[in-house]
Write a protein that binds this ligand. Structure first.
Ligand SMILES: [Zn+2]
Length: 484
């Protein structure tokens, strides 16, 4: 593949490109999904193609092809150059890329069991067992159980001297039970909502969560929510579990720190950001949270959906604090945006969906670092509070500042003891105030990575994956139980 990549790069250079990169991507996916015992999505798909990005006269051009041959790659380079020349006529300023070292490397997702070698009957067999347990109570009207796997092999080359081969593997599984009755519809999911949990690993993720062992509890909770009292309303202490915390991180820290949103280049899908450079540059820094809040971007963490060797600028995966001891430290940058905030180099957040999209600034894996607390001790320490588990709904304003999020189930805490469950729990807050109210975080034993597989952004729209790590975390005096 190196020879084909070189053809594309040389063609772009000879047509006047000052910079060019080519990404050849071979993609394979498999989905297995059951709805009420019937296969509803047995999908497998494959794609193969190349995307070529060039800079000519200070402007970007991009073109892609699903014919990975020398002739087609040359023609695609020529098309990318034409597009760049056209966009150069309307450019506001020349694109300037932060420097990076040339690299030749191979990077692969570590895994134990290749999911594409596990027989379909075995996958369906487990999902059917789960389905049977979930539908044992007739109040459960919809039982969904699914697995998804994707393998992406990438060859990357650029005019700055890099040639990188990556072989990425993602796996995920999960289920939900929807109960209907008493004028209510209630859902419970495991291990999290929106299709289960996904990680960059092999089929071993299916064994990592006790999928079967939790099915009865999930079913019973969905049914119990039908007759559960409503979430109390008022200010109280709020404990978020890992999956709900992941959504909180994604929406109020992740999207708020994409530098293209900060500068207004990207505003789709609810999107600019309050986190402006003038806030960051304040004397003493900008207080994003309490001193125990450490939010770390890490594309090297094992299992993360954005765990890669290199991003689509060919920049090495990195670990850095977005918020350190409560103070804002860094945004997500690319080779193009890093210079805009006087950073010498990119921190590696440029990623594209597939071969036929241009890379854009993406949230990397982003996690709240664990604290010291045992979960039982945290509950015992809470006088008047509520635990919210697994995300159900979200809404956040254009500046990523004011939000209202809902979870599947709430558990009321009175004087250090869980007294019962409540339905439709939700809470609202303001980003820095909310993170500023964070006063206790559970320890590493309670910490896990929660995958987001459907983060939409851009025009034309692209989907990206990333993970957010978190352990149960307490926020003091949060407004909960807002009536909609
Ligand atoms: Zn998103």
């Amino acid at each position: 593949m190196k020879a084909e990549c070189l053809e594309a790069i040389d063609a772009a250079k000879s047509l006047g490109a000052n910079y060019a990169d080519v990404r050849v991507i071979e993609y394979r996916r498999e989905g297995v999904a059951l709805r009420n015992g019937h296969p509803c999505n047995l999908a497998s798909g494959q794609s193969f193609g190349a995307g070529i990005r060039v800079i000519v006269n200070g402007a970007w051009g991009f073109a892609s092809t699903n014919q990975v041959t020398a002739a087609s790659l040359k023609a695609t380079s020529a098309r990318a150059v034409e597009i760049a020349k056209a966009s150069a006529q309307v450019k506001k300023q020349d694109v300037r890329l932060a420097p990076k070292p040339p690299v030749e490397d191979i990077w692969c997702t570590p895994f134990t069991i290749d999911p594409f070698k596990v027989p379909l009957e075995q996958k369906l067999g487990l999902l059917l067992q789960i389905d049977t347990i979930l539908r044992k109570n007739p109040a459960v009207k919809v039982a969904s159980a699914a697995m998804q796997f994707a393998r992406e092999k990438q060859w990357y080359m650029d005019t700055d001297g890099s040639f990188i081969v990556q072989d990425l593997l993602r796996s995920g599984a999960g289920y939900s039970a929807t109960a209907v009755g008493n004028g209510e519809v209630q859902i419970r999911s495991y291990p999290q909502s929106w299709g289960g949990n996904h990680k960059c690993m092999g089929y071993e993720i299916v064994h990592a969560y006790d999928l079967l062992g939790n099915a009865e509890r999930i079913r019973d909770e969905a049914v119990a929510l039908l007759t559960a009292p409503a979430c109390p309303s008022g200010r109280m202490d709020l404990i978020l579990d890992g999956p709900q915390l992941a959504l909180q991180i994604h929406e109020s820290v992740g999207h708020a720190n994409e530098l293209d949103r900060v500068f207004g280049y990207e505003a789709n899908y609810a999107g600019r950001s309050f986190m402006l450079p003038e806030l960051h540059n304040r004397k003493g820094g900008f207080k994003y949270g309490s001193p125990i809040v450490n939010l770390v971007a890490d594309c090297t963490v094992p299992g993360g959906l954005a765990t890669i060797g290199y991003d689509d600028d060919g920049v090495r995966a990195q670990r850095f604090h977005v918020v350190q001891n409560g103070i804002h430290n860094e945004w997500f940058t690319t080779r193009e945006t890093a210079p805009l905030v006087d950073r010498e180099v990119s921190n590696g957040c440029n990623r594209a969906e597939g071969f036929n999209n241009i890379p854009i600034t993406r949230i990397p894996n982003l996690s709240l670092m664990p604290g010291e607390w045992e979960y039982d001790a945290l509950i015992a320490d809470t006088k008047d509070g509520i635990i919210m588990e697994v995300n159900k709904s979200w809404s956040i304003d254009q500046m990523r500042l004011n939000f209202q999020f809902g979870a599947e189930i709430g558990r009321v805490i009175k004087d250090g003891k869980i007294t019962g469950i409540v339905k439709n729990p939700n809470y609202q807050g303001n980003t820095p105030e909310f993170w500023g109210a964070c006063d206790a975080i559970c320890n590493q034993d309670h910490w896990d990575l929660w995958g987001v597989i459907n983060c939409g952004k851009g025009q034309p729209g692209q989907t990206a994956e990333m993970s957010h790590g978190g352990a149960p975390t307490r926020f003091r005096g949060v407004e909960v139980g807002i009536r909609g």
